[in-house]
Design a protein around this ligand. Structure first.
Ligand code: G6P
Length: 372
């Protein structure tokens, strides 16, 4: 009903707008004295977390892309290898799971059958299981040793938006907790990351304020038949998510690629007028991949691509090569995905709207897939 939408024309529009709150609520109460505090994790003692040799993340759809983002952060902070598997692939390939493997599931609904089966299998094999879930008391958290709830609030639109940023937030809190327990970050490094996380809601609000420009772009592009998305490092899963949103909401053929993979195949797709979104990393950090991504932009531009860059405020290097630049606020590299995903969600939503589609209930999709 209109009342449930709180004055918004769709749940999707409401949920996209609620993202600053989704992150703030997921962080709330979990940082004290520059330390992470997650009481729900106490079921898994520090001793057990120190003994973990490997993390396997299982999830489907958008949740799996939150997992891919978290892989970069958890490996960097806690120095433990992380693999990300689609739940349905994991379950049916006799995966190597041992007692020192931690299986981390991510599910907004907590009811996705493929993910539930993966968790049950992991437990049978003796692994420790942690669930990241948005729904209190759902089946997957009940079947897990511990749960870190995301507090995004109920997500009604079928395609996931605010749950995604809340999932990354919860996974980052988990990763920082793990880093403290394992002694892989100094107190100062930990505090710096926590400050970055606490600054995300305000930055998200300022990204949302730029939505009008993205909406206009989407309306101009309403006839587009195919869109490509490129990113690198944590920008790569964001490219995948941008493509997924466009397929789900606007029924447009879309693909996301790792920018470094361009020359190994996808560049053959570039022809004059092909729209390509590029998630550009910040140039301000040592070892930044910015120059490499800018050179990818030059390569596709030379072949006629229409480049839409998502770039940090003040990054002037992209200007000569981009047809459109969408700005995001300054953030440490691991926190950029939380901001860069928003214009891609808005683009897909607005384009669907321009085509007259139902953004809350796209054809053929279900919010929660409870069959295998
Ligand atoms: C369905 C939804 C997706 C979602 C996926 C995983 O396919 O349409 O938006 O990402 O399931 O759902 P979950 O509840 O496990 O996060």
């Amino acid at each position: 009903s209109a009342a449930e939408k709180g004055g918004w024309s769709s749940f999707m529009r409401k949920e996209v707008a609620e993202q600053p709150e989704a992150v703030a609520n997921t962080v709330r109460g979990r940082i004290a004295d520059e330390q992470v505090v997650i009481p729900e994790l106490e079921a898994l003692g520090d001793e057990e977390l120190r003994a973990v040799r490997r993390i396997t993340i299982v999830a489907c759809g958008t949740a799996s892309y939150a997992g891919l983002v978290a892989k970069y952060a958890i490996e960097q902070w806690a120095r433990v290898p992380v693999e990300v598997e689609l739940s349905h692939e994991f379950r049916y390939r006799e995966p190597v799971i041992e007692q020192d493997t931690l299986v981390l599931s991510i599910s907004q609904s907590g009811e996705t059958m493929d993910t539930l089966m993966a968790v049950k299998y992991a437990r049978e094999m003796g692994a420790k299981t942690v669930s990241v879930c948005n729904t209190q008391g759902a089946t997957i958290p009940r079947e897990s040793d511990a749960v870190v709830y995301t507090h995004a609030g109920p997500e009604v639109a079928v395609a996931s938006t605010k749950a995604f940023v809340a999932q990354i937030t919860a996974l980052y809190l988990f990763g920082l907790h793990l880093a403290r327990v394992r002694g892989t970050l100094t107190d100062g490094q930990l505090a710096a990351q926590l400050h970055e996380l606490q600054a995300v809601p305000e930055k998200l609000a300022s990204v949302l304020e730029e939505s009008e420009k993205v909406a206009q772009l989407a309306h101009w592009m309403a006839d587009t038949r195919s869109v490509l998305f490129l990113g690198r490092h944590v920008g790569y899963p964001i490219a995948l998510e941008g493509a997924l949103k466009l397929k789900e909401l606007a029924y447009i053929h879309a693909e996301g690629f790792a920018a470094g993979e361009l020359k190994h195949g996808p560049i053959a797709l570039i022809e004059p007028g092909q729209p390509v979104f590029v998630v550009v990393p910040s140039p301000r950090h040592p070892n930044s991949l910015h120059p490499k991504v800018v050179s990818n932009i030059q390569e596709i531009r030379a072949r006629g691509a229409r480049v839409i860059a998502i770039a940090e405020a003040g990054d002037a290097a992209v200007l000569p090569f981009a047809d459109e630049v969408i700005r995001i606020p300054l953030a440490a590299p691991l926190f950029e995905p939380l901001l860069a995903v928003v214009p891609l969600q808005v683009f897909a939503m607005e384009l669907a709207q321009a085509k007259g589609l139902d953004v809350d209930q796209p054809r053929n999709l279900a919010k929660s897939v409870t069959v295998e």
